[in-house]
Design a protein around this ligand. Sequence first.
Ligand SMILES: C[S@@+](CC[C@H](N)C(=O)[O-])C[C@H]1O[C@@H](n2cnc3c(N)ncnc32)[C@H](O)[C@@H]1O
Length: 237
Amino acid sequence: MTGDEVQLLDDSIRDIFRFAELGKNDTFYHLGCGNGNSLAIALQEFSVRKAVGIEKDALKVAEARNLLEEKNLDAEIRCQDIVESDLSDATMILFWFSDMSITEKMFSKFLKLKPGCKIITIFDPLPEVMPEKVSFPYILHEVPFKLVSMKEQLIKIFETECIDFTTAWEFAERYTKAVGSPEAGNDRFLTILQTMMIWINARNLGLSCTKEVPAPVKAYAEILQNFFNIEVNHLIK
Ligand SMILES: C[S@@+](CC[C@H](N)C(=O)[O-])C[C@H]1O[C@@H](n2cnc3c(N)ncnc32)[C@H](O)[C@@H]1O
């Protein structure tokens, strides 16, 4: 599962922009911009000074250029690997990647950005950076980064030091609602997977509420193993 076919819906993009307070003084970058809908919304509804999309898939680049042309909007769309991209004039970046091989490379680029530049991620924060603002699953970071432990980061994101199964489920559902498509039949599956990830990370950082593994976690670990061949037990420390 690469996530390359995932496309944010217009309403999620509007929520993200309102959360990040995107505005007329911003030079907005979307890394992995897909069909370019975020660039159109940034220009048309949030009046950004400049919108830049970077996308490695030539077909999606063509689709994005068409969309912008149809709407008579002027955005820069680069057919490029984000790892190679020049982001130096960005003031607001949307970066939705969880692949470590990309996040690690991008992190060193982000460190060199102008002070005040903001980076929005979804679900995963930037590694060991204290977020400026959170409306889960949206997370806003600002350059220069304040580096903290993963535990401090999680407490800031979940606003609690005790993440039980129900809390993990509630946050996972927010993620599913934000990124799921209305006709998706796999929303429940996504929520289960993300719940397990949230709970296991919390557990491994000493933030799960009890010493014993709760019954629903055991049950879902079994379901994932037996029906989907996904093994998560080895992740639980
Ligand atoms: C924004 S990402 C979202 C999902 C992400 N892959 C994840 O799982 O976190 C999806 C978009 O990024 C594009 N993309 C993936 N890797 C890229 C890269 N290295 N450079 C530029 N675009 C990329 C894909 O073609 C797709 O349109």
